[in-house]
Design a protein around this ligand. Structure first.
Ligand code: ARG
Length: 498
């Protein structure tokens, strides 16, 4: 079937610009039904989808080249005028179609041949989401770069490490930062993975059951830069799991950032980090205050992200095939989570990049709570004492510590050795090595296992992390380029009609 027919038929024929028949969706439910305001987010996407669809229709001989040209020119004008200039409509798709018919006349009504708003909106969301994902991902890659750069300057800055918020073992600022960069690398990987499933075209599925027109779905997919199709027409219009995995990836990312923010808030409360004024806030009454509010908001926004994911899943749960209007409420969850989380990436990492770490205070704190104990036990075990016995010796010495003391002296360790294994600790290990194990910096340097905090181990990790980052940057660049190339190709094709 082709789009033969007299041009004076249909909506717009008598000068009206209606796409929907007036009998429907008027009255008090009109505003309730409308997504036009929310759809601003997909305005540009819809124009691109329209353009690709019209080019394909003309190439397939479904509409005349002349009509295609008139429609494409109208779309250009509508794009220039912007979303705010659209006529009233139930949504952006309807409003744009009305605006096209306003300009072109009844032939404008050919634009919506062989498609439905169902495949159209799914294509628009995927198209826009792709752009958002690319933006978040490049923010993330820059953020990781900053973390690695900051880490590079702090491989020797010793700081206390905690488990259960109790002093555990000394580590370094670099080692701690790298732990977050590695987590963010996985968040990046999850989002890239999601991107590749977002980037599939549902266009050509029509309402849910395909079309009798000879559409070329691969062609519209290619013109829009999609990597292939969502093949089954019903799945193409029903599926929003691409929103779920993107939003879940964002909520995971927000959770990583929340941990980083929480660490910084705790560090700031102890004077272990000095935040730049740009990332701090003051009290309206307590003049001495400098509060880490930005980081508390990063932590707080994670609640929004988790709520968004929950809202989205709840919206989708139990929906029957194929299109149901509930789906109109799905996108907004994803957009909110993306905007909120992308802002958090920038702020959390900006706070890190501009902060100062007071090395002396940190090193002193790193020795508190006998956090060097494991190093002392390791030393004994390396001298042949079973680790469990070594653990017992050092624990015995720890129990004898006076309040406020940060570590037992060598004499106390010797006495504990006598009591537990019948010989002093210094009978087994070199006195100087033992003093080293009790010194936070030397204690850190002992832990040079792969992925450990010793400066050379962190240097090696940094090198691998930088390579991983470069690969991610490249993978991202390839995807961006593919989208840009498709945009240029679409422009070129459109230009042949107008
Ligand atoms: N505004 C709708 C949405 O966002 C577009 C699809 C409308 N389709 C329909 N069959 N009513 O989902």
């Amino acid at each position: 079937m082709t789009g033969e027919g007299a041009d004076d038929d249909g909506p717009g024929a008598d000068g009206e610009s209606v796409v929907r028949r007036d009998r429907f969706s008027g009255g008090p439910a009109r505003a309730f039904l409308s997504s036009l305001a929310d759809d601003e987010r997909i305005f540009a996407a819809d124009l691109a989808v329209d353009r690709a669809h019209v080019v394909m229709l003309a190439e397939q001989g479904i509409i005349e080249g002349e009509d295609a040209g008139a429609i494409l020119s109208a779309l250009a004008e509508i794009g220039d005028a912007g979303h705010a200039a659209l006529p009233d409509g139930e949504d952006v798709h309807e409003a744009i179609e009305t605006a096209v018919i306003d300009r072109v006349g009844p032939a404008g009504g050919r634009m919506h041949t062989a498609r439905s708003r169902n495949d159209e909106v799914a294509a628009c969301i995927r198209y826009r989401l792709r752009e958002d994902l690319l933006k978040t991902l490049s923010t993330l890659v820059e953020a990781r770069e900053q973390l690695l750069e900051t880490a590079g300057g702090h491989t020797e800055t010793v700081m206390p490490g905690y488990t259960h918020l109790q002093p555990a073992q000394p580590t370094t600022v670099a080692h701690w930062l790298c732990s977050y960069e590695e987590a963010l690398a996985r968040d990046t990987a999850r989002l890239v993975d999601a991107y590749d499933r977002v980037n599939r075209s549902p266009l050509g599925a029509a309402a849910f059951a395909g079309t009798s027109f000879d559409v070329d779905r691969e062609r519209t997919a290619g013109l829009l830069g999609f990597d292939g199709l969502v093949e089954n027409a019903t799945d193409a219009v029903s599926a929003r799991d691409f929103l779920v995995e993107t939003t879940a990836g964002m909520a995971g990312l927000a959770t990583t950032l929340s941990g980083l923010a929480e660490d910084l808030v705790t560090m700031a409360s102890k004077g272990h980090v000095a935040l730049d004024d740009d990332y701090a806030s003051t009290s309206s009454i307590m003049p001495q205050k400098k509060n880490p509010d930005t980081l508390e908001l990063v932590r707080g926004r994670t609640g929004d992200a988790v709520a968004g994911l929950q809202g989205l899943l709840t919206t989708l749960k139990g929906l029957p095939r194929a299109y149901n209007r509930d789906l109109q409420r799905a996108g907004r969850h994803a957009w909110d989570v993306i905007d909120s989380t992308t802002g958090s990436v920038e702020v959390a990492v900006g706070a890190v990049a501009t902060a100062e770490w007071p090395a002396d205070t940190l090193e002193e704190a790193a020795g508190e709570g006998f956090s060097t104990a494991t190093g002392a036990a390791d030393l004994l075990a390396q001298a042949g004492v079973p680790f469990r016995t070594a653990h017992e010796v050092v624990a015995r010495a720890a129990e004898g510590m006076a309040p406020g003391e940060s570590a037992p002296g060598i004499d106390a360790l010797d006495a504990a050795g006598e009591a537990v294994m019948g010989e002093p600790v210094t009978g087994r290990v070199d006195r100087e090595a033992l003093a080293g194990a009790l010194d936070p910096a030397a204690n850190v340097a002992m832990r040079d296992s792969r992925g450990g905090p010793a400066p050379e181990a962190v240097e090696a990790h940094l090198e691998r992390a930088r390579e991983g980052l470069a690969e991610d940057r490249e993978a991202l660049g390839r995807r961006r380029e593919r989208v840009e190339d498709a945009g240029e190709q679409l422009n070129a094709e459109v230009a042949t009609y107008v």
